[in-house]
Design a protein around this ligand. Structure first.
Ligand code: Z15
Length: 814
């Protein structure tokens, strides 16, 4: 392949068109005349990548040679979304690109759409990692994202005739992927299994098998920062070590088994989001990318040194552990320092503790990983020994602190049977943070209370954020132009708190009407998108009401669908008069983990409610429900700007933060939500009068549990709820089959772990308030403008600044 040397940026559109032609001819092997949109996409991607190359090399050199500590963001997921538009924006080539592709006879949108979305994450956690590396680069902070280049990303979701979710593999590398640079010469060896033996009084790990970790580098360009950081995703290759014995016995197929096993490690992303999967392959994945990344950082920061002084390692780079997934990095760094470089335990421990910090993203006990000791022992025997020793040291430390024995036992990192990764991370690093104020408080008060009591200074909060580049500037150009007009500058894109300058404009009716026109245009555009992608006919003169996120019981999609059913029933019964009905279109988007039975049944129910409601002439023009398939970043970028009412209705105390809530507020949707996660802070900032609050608080939830929760009581007490559940149980949404949703109905009436029924009445009641306001477009849109104006805090740039100040203690390159 011929690589074109990097041209000087900026260029004219004619020059950029020539660069695309060059790429087409010499790299793609097609002429401009032969080229399809898919060809032009690849060529344009390579052309823009070349424009970023010089800044990438200088950033790398400055990262190593400068006096600024770098950040290593260790994450099993990076949910990046499509790259081309973002790269163009940050390279300052958007206009040149538009003109250039037009001159080649294409529409810019068709070229951008030709990119296949990389789905290397499940949901909030993976998308947060993507927002964070964007902000790090935009702030000029030297940083590496470290993760896995899965061959298969998050599954593609379809629905069958019965409305059931069907998962199909996401083979995203089927076509040329122009962004990643595979670098065979910067590989790392990662070993597994075997045993630990003593040699000359030293522990020596004799692994049974090894995998070759090969990095694939993605450029992470900053917005107007002239900096380009690196996202290094590891792919697993086998060493060509044939089992000659098997080969000699002419068992050729058996001889390649180890190769297959090695390459399986980076084959597929686990599709569970905040539910634990204690699978061996998952632990292999975790160790694979973490071990490769730590060795890579040593290679980068101590180039060519056989005996580097690794006591300086924490001054070179600080590693953030994104949830418990990379926590095996703590014993791995200990092992590297002791076994590979000969440091003593105490020195190694000092370095390790200084190097790592841990972000917890959950309050659900089932999402905190706990590995069976037997599994770690089999796969990583040396690490298990190190973990045992860390635990011994930890117990001694607790004793010295005067922690009583029972409490110390509860805090054990290693119980004899299992290893608790969240505890290992809390002890093994310098800082622990939650992802919203309420979440961080609950970590201290409940989930990690004993740790917070013993190490109060370790705990801090960093409220999540989202990148304004992708989720406002690119997703919502209409609003972006209006903001720039209102503020008289476009500097808000990298300084989002400037949105506050819009507050006075919320009192300017002309400005509010312009905002309303942007929203209407976005709704219109989404109608086109939904027609193209899903063949749907959507009425744009209805309220667009959206609930998009992973399907999980605690997020309570059930609450929303029961309210929709109740509304449907009321229209059918004539309980509400036609005049009183506010026309609404309800959008759901959600993937369920393939093994999550009740979640999948909820999807099926939503699909079948959709079928019944949308085909019922009695409610036509008043109520429509759509379960949009395959919710992903692209859909988010199209749907969020078109949404007027956003649903954030999790049970209080269960959603750690939420980040969709921030994207919606920034795009001028109003939120109906509980006092959970970052909703609390959003409401504080946008103003209680601009947020539809309902439902129990954390304290009320706790009290109700303590008093004994009986969901059936709520079913009996609210006729709207009873009617909705009865319709589900009675077969209205299953062609009369009363068994179709029996497990779901029975769960609601007898368990209802997340108290959907208890919050139903409050949720149904607040709809009247919502609809009343919506009937006054000027007042609704005034509140929407205030949501935009007061949400600048929720930029991931601000989150990163908080990390820099409270946790990483570093900053931008000079
Ligand atoms: C995930 O997406 C989140 C937490 C997890 O523990 C896992 Cl395994 C996956 C989410 C939280 O549910 C959400 O509240 C938060 O906003 C997001 O992480 C980013 O912090």
């Amino acid at each position: 392949m011929t690589e074109i040397t990097a041209p000087k940026s900026p260029v004219t559109s004619a020059e950029f068109a020539d660069e695309i032609r060059e790429q087409l001819k010499y790299s793609q092997g097609v002429t401009a005349e032969q080229a399809t949109a898919a060809d032009v996409y690849v060529a344009a991607a390579k052309a823009v990548r070349n424009h970023l190359a010089d800044a990438w090399f200088t950033t790398q050199a400055d990262t190593v040679n400068g006096n600024t500590k770098a950040v290593g963001y260790l994450s099993a997921e990076f949910l990046m979304g499509k790259q081309l538009e973002n790269a163009l924006l940050n390279a300052g080539l958007t206009e040149q690109f538009d003109e250039a592709v037009k001159s080649l006879g294409f529409q810019p949108k068709d070229i951008v759409d030709a990119e296949y979305e990389p789905g290397l994450g499940n949901g909030g956690l993976g998308r947060l990692a993507a927002c964070f590396i964007d902000s790090l680069a935009s702030l000029g902070v030297p940083a590496f994202g470290y993760g896995i280049q899965y061959k298969y990303g998050i599954f593609k979701q379809k629905f069958d005739e019965d409305g059931k979710q069907v998962e199909t593999p996401d083979y995203w590398l089927n076509n040329e992927e122009p962004w990643g640079h595979i670098d065979y010469n910067r590989d790392q060896k990662v070993s597994f299994g075997g045993e630990v033996v003593e040699e000359d009084g030293k522990k020596v790990w004799k692994p049974a098998w090894s995998v070759r970790a090969v990095p694939v580098d993605y450029l992470v360009p900053g917005y107007k920062s002239q900096r380009v950081n690196t996202l290094r995703l590891w792919t697993a290759k086998s060493y060509d070590e044939f089992d000659l014995l098997a080969f000699n016995k002419s068992e050729y197929m058996d001889a390649v088994k180890p190769q297959v096993k090695a390459e399986n490690i980076s084959k597929i992303l686990y599709p569970e989001d905040s539910t634990k999967v204690g699978k061996e392959l998952r632990l292999e994945q975790q160790y694979f990318f973490v071990s490769a990344s730590l060795h890579d950082a040593i290679r980068v920061f101590y180039p060519g040194q056989d005996k580097p002084d690794l006591t300086t390692f924490p001054n070179k780079i600080t590693f953030q552990l994104n949830d418990t997934h990379p926590v095996i990095g703590i014993p791995e760094l200990m092992r590297i320092l002791i076994d590979e470089y000969g440091y003593d335990w105490d020195t190694a421990w000092g370095v390790t503790q200084k190097t790592f910090n841990y972000t917890c993203h959950t309050l659900l006990p089932e999402a905190l990983e706990v590995w069976p000791a037997s599994l770690i022992g089999e796969l990583l025997p040396r690490h298990l020994e190190i973990i045992e020793k860390i635990n011994e040291q930890f117990e001694a430390e607790l004793k010295a602190k005067g922690v009583d024995e029972a409490t110390a036992k509860d805090m054990a990192i290693y119980t004899g049977d299992s290893v608790r990764m969240a505890y290992l991370a809390t002890y093994g690093g310098s800082h622990v943070n939650g992802v919203a104020e309420l979440h961080s408080q609950l970590l201290k008060d409940v989930t990690l209370k004993n740790f917070s009591d013993a190490y109060p200074d370790k705990f801090t909060n960093v409220t999540n954020g989202v990148t304004p580049r992708r989720f406002v500037k690119l997703a919502n150009p209409g609003l972006s132009d209006l903001i720039t007009e209102g503020l008289g500058t476009d500097k808000w894109v990298s300084d989002l708190e400037m949105l506050e300058g819009l507050v006075p404009l919320a009192q300017d009716d002309e400005f509010v009407k312009k905002f309303a026109a942007v929203k209407a245009a976005n709704k219109h555009a989404f109608v086109g998108f939904a027609k193209d992608h899903y063949g749907l006919d959507i009425d744009e003169n209805t309220m667009f009401n959206t609930m998009v996120k992973r399907l999980h019981e605690y997020k309570r999609q059930s609450l929303k669908i029961l309210a929709v059913i109740s509304k449907y029933a009321a229209i059918k019964n004539g309980t509400v008069s036609a005049d009183d009905i506010l026309p609404r279109t309800v959008f759901f988007g959600a993937k369920a983990a393939p093994g999550y039975y009740l979640a999948k049944m909820t999807i099926q129910l939503i699909n079948n409610v959709s079928k019944v409601v949308n085909n019922d002439p009695d409610v036509k023009g008043k109520l429509a429900v759509h379960m949009l398939p395959n919710y992903n970043i692209e859909m988010a970028q199209n749907l969020i700007p078109a949404t007027e009412l956003d649903e954030q209705i999790s049970q209080a105390g269960k959603e750690a933060s939420g980040t969709g809530n921030m994207k919606f507020a920034l795009n001028g949707a109003l939120t109906v939500g509980t006092l959970d996660g970052a909703n609390v802070e959003i409401r504080e900032r946008v103003g209680a009068e601009n947020f539809f609050l309902f439902g129990m608080t954390v304290e009320e939830v706790d009290k109700l549990y303590a008093d004994g929760y009986n969901p059936a009581k709520y079913y009996e007490a609210d006729p709207r709820l009873k009617q909705a559940i009865d319709l589900v149980a009675g077969g209205t949404f299953s062609n009369g089959d009363r068994n179709a949703y029996a497990p779901l109905v029975s769960d609601w009436l007898t368990k209802d772990w997340f108290m959907t029924l208890a919050d139903f009445s409050a949720y149904a009641d607040i709809q009247a308030e919502i609809e009343k306001l919506y009937r006054d477009p000027l007042e609704w849109n005034r509140k929407a403008v205030l949501n935009v104006a007061n949400s600048g805090f929720f930029s991931s740039d601000r989150s990163i600044e908080d990390y820099l100040e409270r946790i990483w203690h570093t900053g931008p390159l000079a």
